[in-house]
Design a protein around this ligand. Structure first.
Ligand code: ADP
Length: 485
């Protein structure tokens, strides 16, 4: 009882293995059934139909040759090549009969059959008649007939008018198919056993081969569901399953990236938000406890609070801008504008630095200064602004920043150079990652969210452009981007 139950549980009727196996067996059974039916049950019928069709065809050939010069030769050769007894008669004379033609065949071998088929022809009122007569039926047992044999008898008019009636008779022995059926049956039994067992094992093997990699993928996917990201999925022998495995591997790698990004983000955001918040809190406490009555100190402390609040504001708006860009929420609003003018407006917006802190800004544009591009003007301005502001933050003591616009027929390029501390080669690829700060940048006094270059990167990618940096430690950096015109 227990055993039976366990066996029942093991068979999953919805599984690929079971279904494939069942369909394979059903298909083989169907094929074998058709084969059995055709070979054993319908062979006799089929043979008789073939014989009737063949006889009718020969009768048509004879009828088409009737009256022609080599008519008798045609009949003779047809009769010999098809093993048929052919006779042509008018009402009172025999026009052609093998007995007349050759000594081998006894005359009127098929006399009773001839009578029967003639009767059919006359009664049927049709141009021809075919009947199958067994020797028992024909009531004759000539010496060459043993047992019950069948004869196909055909009669048809070659000429049918009031003056003359010519009838063509064709007799063809039908060989008994019983012995053939017997042989076929014993062969079919072997065929059935062999093909069923082949179907059984082959389908089992094949279905296992197909379902095994799927089961393996499922096992791996369970691990993925349990949080093991970056896991590799293995395909199998079939391209569809290999594709599925590749897609899942891709998804798993993407999940790994997203997961580490999420962890980084939480770590960085909490750190970056916490630092200014702590500053705000501690300075507010200082004002409450110490400097509340000292206007000078209070003003200085309030200044710090305002600066930190600004930093928070900047961070939050940068984070929002970046996530909007990355999730592609806002589409690009492309217009045609002059890149030189856009750069000029950014340089102008930092005018305070030239006035108060002795910065020197140089904008180099090609002659004519008309570099028209089709892009999202606000976003490109943000890119220039981020690069420019970085240059201000990290420039050298010379406080010189050069913005250079270059252009050829297909592309235009914007470079922002400074003579500052530069970036170590080993870190140059990482600076485009969010929250990355180069090791040369230790100064907290430098305001930054760590998101500026990530925003630059996203905007340029959205525009299908290129970006990069050339930098030498201690000598300065040149950040650039290129857009198609
Ligand atoms: P941040 O807000 O910290 O400036 P960014 O994404 O704009 O963030 O820049 C990432 C890092 O790349 C900076 O922290 C800095 O170390 C480095 N960096 C960016 N611009 C320059 C530059 N012009 N010169 C030297 N280092 C730079």
């Amino acid at each position: 009882m227990m055993k039976q139950q366990a066996f029942k549980l093991n068979i999953d009727r919805k599984s690929i293995t079971f279904k494939l196996w069942a369909y394979f067996i059903l298909f083989s059974l169907l094929l074998l059934g058709i084969l059995w039916a055709l070979q054993i049950f319908f062979l006799n019928n089929y043979y008789q139909q073939m014989k009737i069709a063949e006889t009718t065809r020969i009768a048509n050939v004879i009828s088409s040759q009737y009256g022609k010069e080599d008519f008798l030769d045609t009949i003779r050769s047809l009769s010999v090549s098809n093993d048929m007894y052919i006779q042509i008669e008018t009402e009172d004379t025999i026009l052609f009969s093998p007995s007349k033609d050759s000594n081998r065949t006894p005359s009127y071998m098929y006399l009773p059959e001839m009578g029967m088929v003639r009767k059919q022809l006359l009664e049927g009122n049709r141009p021809s008649a075919s009947i199958i007569i067994s020797s028992v039926e024909s009531n004759m047992a000539p010496r060459h007939r043993d047992g019950d044999k069948k004869i196909l008898a055909y009669a048809g008019y070659l000429e049918n008018s009031n003056e003359n009636t010519v009838i063509l008779y064709i007799f063809s022995p039908l060989f008994p198919v019983d012995s053939t059926v017997g042989i076929l049956r014993s062969q079919l039994i072997y065929v059935t056993i062999i093909s069923l067992s082949l179907a059984f094992f082959l389908s089992f093997y094949l279905s296992n081969r197909i379902s095994k990699p799927i089961r393996r993928i499922n096992k791996t996917a369970e691990k993925l569901a349990a949080g093991e990201y970056g896991i590799q999925f293995e395909g199998g022998h079939y391209s569809e399953i290999i594709q599925l495995a590749n897609t899942l591997t891709l998804a798993s790698n993407e999940l790994k990236k997203t997961d580490s990004l999420r962890k980084d983000l939480i770590a960085n955001v909490s750190h970056d938000l916490r630092t200014p918040l702590t500053m705000v809190k501690s300075y507010a406490e200082m004002i409450r406890d110490l400097s509340g009555n000292n206007p000078e100190k209070r003003a200085a402390h309030l200044e710090v609070i305002i600066e930190e609040a600004d930093r928070l504001n900047l961070l939050v708006s940068d984070m929002l801008a970046l996530s909007r860009l990355q999730t592609r929420v806002t589409p690009l609003e492309k217009t045609t504008f002059n890149l030189c003018e856009a750069a000029q407006s950014i340089v102008n917006s930092y005018g305070l630095y030239t006035e108060k802190e002795n910065y020197r800004f140089i904008l180099e544009c090609p002659k004519g200064s008309d570099v028209q591009i089709s892009a999202d003007e606000n976003k490109i301005k943000q890119v220039i602004s981020n690069l420019f502001y970085n240059a201000i933050k990290y420039c050298g003591t010379d406080k010189e920043i050069i913005v250079r616009i270059l252009s050829d027929e297909t592309r235009c390029r914007c470079e922002v150079s400074d003579h500052g501390m530069g970036i170590p080669q080993s870190e140059i690829d990482q600076i485009w990652e969010r929250y990355f700060k180069a090791s040369t940048n230790h100064v907290r006094a430098v305001k930054g969210t760590g998101l500026g270059l990530s925003i630059v990167k996203e905007i340029i990618i959205l525009h299908g452009g290129k970006y990069g940096v050339k930098s030498e430690e201690g000598k300065g950096s040149t950040f650039w981007f290129e857009l198609k015109k």
